[in-house]
Design a protein around this ligand. Structure first.
Ligand SMILES: [Zn+2]
Length: 98
């Protein structure tokens, strides 16, 4: 166990900065505490990984955003389809009753 300067047991977080992408570190369990830097869990990453991982993360984020947008569009199109069928059925019923 690693202890924070405030006396609490540290938690492990993951850095997503460009300098240390995916590297785990010990942190104070209190959100936004002023305990400061504790220590790394993982050894330093090789230069190649530091160069490649941020680009992969950005690409993944772009793809996730695209998926969310497409999901919204599919939901909207399903709603339009249901409304068009309700309109069609209303017209047919009015025609039959007239
Ligand atoms: Zn602390």
């Amino acid at each position: 166990m690693v202890w924070c300067r405030c006396g609490r047991v540290c938690i492990v977080k993951t850095s997503w900065t460009d300098a240390h992408p995916g590297r785990r570190f010990y942190s104070c369990p209190i959100e936004r505490s002023r305990c400061g830097w504790i220590d790394w869990v993982d050894p330093p990453m090789c230069e190649r990984a530091v160069q490649i991982i941020p680009g992969l993360l950005r690409a993944r984020n772009r793809h996730e955003n695209a998926i969310q947008e497409l999901t919204r569009q599919v939901r909207k199109m399903k709603m339009y389809l249901i409304l068009s069928w309700l309109g069609f059925i209303s017209i047919v019923v009015m025609y039959i009753l007239a």
